[in-house]
Design a protein around this ligand. Structure first.
Ligand code: NAD
Length: 326
């Protein structure tokens, strides 16, 4: 077999995501095989701006987690050619500033969609059947049984109908549900194929049993799920959010849980992360919360580790990387 061209020879990739060597071994190997030198985050927490600062002048490429590449960081990285985001969300990167400096920003759309969709489903099952409460109770000698709800026969409203939402819809079909979705840019043919009815935002939330949020956090979606939208939901609706905390007005959600208007919530993301123990949402037994971990499956890391490494190899081989985001 011909050895890979050493396009990375003499070039440095700074790698912010924690546990990269362990979780993305195939992607890491691809970079090493191509001759790149890796400077990896060996701690258990993401790089802060102070951690990143001394690395920026030597970086030719970045495998980027949640560390912030704003204008100041980009200005301090004169050699940087590509930021390859190990994930989907790009809210930590100034895309326009990167483009202005000729830096490609690449992400991995769909790479973690199965993982996130499956966690959303897990949150729904957990809220409906109170699995976490029984699991905690049984360890303290309790033998409480809860009468919960079945997913079968329910109507699910999806906000956003992109990669994650489609996979969730596909999985939910096996539960025998009705599906509606709101997405101003949705693909009608895909919706038809999955048996999902495309409707207005109001329709997607007002006559359903479960609302699941899968849209990006951009200015027009900030607090999309606010007091008014929640008020338009049927009493007893369950809200799931595995997208970004900023899409849901937390104060409005707390009010709706307190009044009993919402029957529960499954949340992987929050307006302020990490969530402190004093977050009022954690006081509700019908809230099942996870630690922004929806994308964290071994399979997703493997896939995304490979695609982000390939994008770096492509850029230094003179090829346009797939999934250019800017
Ligand atoms: N919890 C996690 O760990 C995790 C992991 C991956 C992604 N996410 C979040 O999930 C979101 C969805 O991911 P995806 O891979 O499905 O992205 P995607 O880009 O494939 O889909 C997003 C969809 O939202 C739609 N959309 C845009 N503006 C909208 C609006 N105003 N109202 C309704 N829909 C709108 C788009 O048309 C698109 O179809 C991401 O933006 C990201 O913030 C979270």
């Amino acid at each position: 077999m011909t050895p890979p061209t050493p396009v990375g020879h003499g070039r440095t990739v700074i790698v912010g995501p924690v546990r990269y060597a362990e979780l993305c071994s195939a992607g890491r190997a691809l970079l090493v095989e191509h001759g790149f030198t890796l400077v990896e985050n060996e701690r258990s927490t993401p790089w802060t701006a102070d951690d990143l600062a001394p690395l920026l002048p030597i970086a030719d490429a970045s495998v980027c987690g949640v560390e912030v590449f704003d204008e100041a960081a980009l200005a301090a990285a004169p050699k940087l050619k590509i930021i390859s985001r190990l994930g989907v969300g790009l809210d930590n990167i100034d895309l326009a500033a990167a483009r202005a400096r000729g830096i490609d920003v690449v992400n991995a759309p769909g790479g973690n969609a199965i993982a996130v969709a499956e966690l959303a489903l897990g949150l729904l099952l957990s809220v409906y059947r109170q699995i976490p409460i029984m699991n905690a109770g049984i360890r303290t000698g309790a033998w409480d049984r809860f009468v919960g709800s079945e997913i079968g026969g329910k109507t699910i409203g999806l906000i956003g109908f992109g990669a994650i939402s489609r996979i969730l819809a596909q999985r939910l079909k096996g539960f025998d549900v009705d599906l509606v979705a709101y997405d101003p840019y949705a693909d009608q043919a895909v919706a038809d194929e999955l048996g999902v009815r495309l409707v207005s935002l109001e329709e997607a939330v007002s006559n359903v049993d479960v609302v699941s949020v899968h849209a990006p956090h951009v200015p027009e979606t900030h607090h999309l799920v606010n007091a008014d939208l929640i008020a338009s939901m049927r009493p007893g609706t369950v809200l799931l959010n595995t997208s970004r905390g900023g899409l849901v007005d937390q104060a409005a959600l707390v009010d709706a849980l307190e009044s009993g208007h919402l029957a529960g919530a499954g949340l992987d993301v929050f307006e302020v992360e990490p969530v402190g123990p004093d977050n009022p949402l954690l006081a509700f037994p019908n809230v099942v919360a996870t630690t922004h971990a929806a994308a964290d499956s071994l399979e997703a890391y493997h896939r995304i580790g490979l695609s982000t490494a390939q994008a770096i190899v492509d850029v230094f081989s003179g090829r346009t990387p797939r999934s250019l985001a800017n």
